[in-house]
Design a protein. Structure first.
Length: 413
């Protein structure tokens, strides 16, 4: 194995032993053999650039490279956007390491030296994102290569195999990413995806979000700060942004729309399904820092006159986030809140039991225009997991969930 840090500025000689120049970069042709270095780019003493093809390379070591042809048979370098350059396109670029659940910076590139039909080829093995690669970069040109290799052998190394690296081709500001990232990224916890998003540039954030399905993208975006959510949604196509926001809990959707520019927010609302848009629009009417602004309308409500069997059916047909459901709310005439039933009591009840018989004490509720402080106090006093929100007539409007309160408390620390 040999590293790019050991090849960088390597002296290159032709078949007659004449000095040609120093290695400037290595090019890979992803359209041909993605593992093979297709060409050596060499800068001459007069600052001209030569291009030595892989068939013209006789030998490579840490001390020098030699061609199998003399200088007249070596052509001048001409730019080719179809090639991937190691120094320009790979070193110092960020990639998503799905296994480590974080963004890594490429410190070095690992190669294998392989004799092939009378000449020598370099084959790319991996991109190196570990400490050892970083130290090699730091010490490059300061102490001898073999001494650096000896020192870094004891350091932690972390290399991502080349077959997992996908190269973004036509973009002149080309970036590298893991080919497995988009396939496996969706399998990570949304909080892990959010951590990755926060480390990426805006262009990379867009690329990740647009690669995910709408539900996964919504879950991940919900985990990042609201201001960042707004900026990210404003940067992607409006139809994709609308699809993502439709998958977000209504209260979170309202929060991010409130943070966006008015024109962008209006365009996004216009692109949403009518029912979801109206739901979010209603939440936007509430004053900031009130129970109404905190609440979600994504909850299960049944008439107090139905049976346990009907309530279970309502639970089964619920299209929201089931993990956030802890109880079913009961309402009477004019949608006035009359009770609530925990899922445990509901599922243990006989099918024909009236749900109002399963309701315990009158539910603790809060008025929509109550302040955040009152909401937090009620959660603490009664050890709640959810708090129904009503208007002055007692009509059920929505609920505030424990995760909303936790986020609120953390943000005020």
């Amino acid at each position: 194995m040999i590293y790019f840090t050991e090849l960088d500025r390597l002296p290159v000689f032709d078949a007659k032993g004449r000095f040609l120049g120093k290695l400037e970069d290595l090019d890979v042709d992803p359209g041909q053999t993605a593992f093979r270095v297709a060409a050596f780019r060499v800068k001459t003493p007069k600052a001209a650039l030569l291009c030595i093809t892989h068939e013209q390379v006789q030998s490579v070591s840490m001390s020098a490279a030699q061609t199998s042809v003399s200088e007249p048979y070596i052509r001048c370098y001409s730019p080719n956007e179809g090639l991937i350059s190691v120094r320009k396109d790979i070193l110092d670029q960020q990639i998503i390491d799905v296994n480590q659940r974080k963004v890594e910076r490429v410190n070095d590139v690992d190669f294998d030296i392989e004799p092939v039909n009378g000449h020598t080829e370099l084959r790319v093995l991996a991109v190196n994102v570990g400490l050892a690669g970083g130290v090699r970069r730091l010490l490059q040109g300061i102490i001898a290569k073999r001494r650096i290799r000896s020192l870094t052998r004891r350091l932690p190394t972390h290399a991502i195999p080349w077959q997992f690296v996908n190269l973004i081709e036509p973009d002149p500001a080309r970036r590298v990413k893991l080919r497995i990232s988009y396939e496996r990224l969706a399998g990570l916890h949304p909080a892990d995806i959010a951590d990755i998003l926060e480390e990426l540039s805006r262009d990379d954030q867009k690329a990740v979000i647009e690669s995910l399905d709408d539900e996964t993208a919504a879950q991940a975006i919900s985990e990042i700060p609201t201001r960042m959510q707004a900026a990210l949604l404003e940067s992607i196509p409006p139809d994709k942004a609308a699809d993502i926001v439709e998958e977000m809990p209504p209260d979170e959707a309202a929060d991010v729309l409130q943070e966006m520019q008015p024109d962008a927010s209006a365009e996004l609302l216009a692109g949403m399904e009518k029912d979801e848009a109206e739901e979010v629009q209603d939440l936007l009417e509430y004053r900031a820092k009130t129970a109404g602004a905190l609440m979600t309308t994504d909850l299960i409500v049944v008439s107090e006159s139905v049976t346990a069997e009907a309530a279970v059916q309502a639970l089964k047909s619920f299209e929201g986030d089931v993990e956030q459901v802890h109880q079913i709310y009961l309402v009477g005439g004019d949608q006035v809140l009359t009770g609530e039933v925990t899922l445990a009591r509901l599922l243990l009840a006989e099918a024909q039991t009236p749900v109002k018989d399963l309701s315990g004490d009158p539910p603790i509720s809060v008025l929509a225009d109550s302040g955040e402080r009152e909401v937090v106090d009620l959660f603490q006093k009664y050890n709640l997991v959810a708090l129904p929100v009503v208007n002055e007539s007692g009509k059920l409007l929505g609920e505030v969930t424990a995760d909303d309160v936790l986020e609120l408390v953390v943000s005020h620390r």
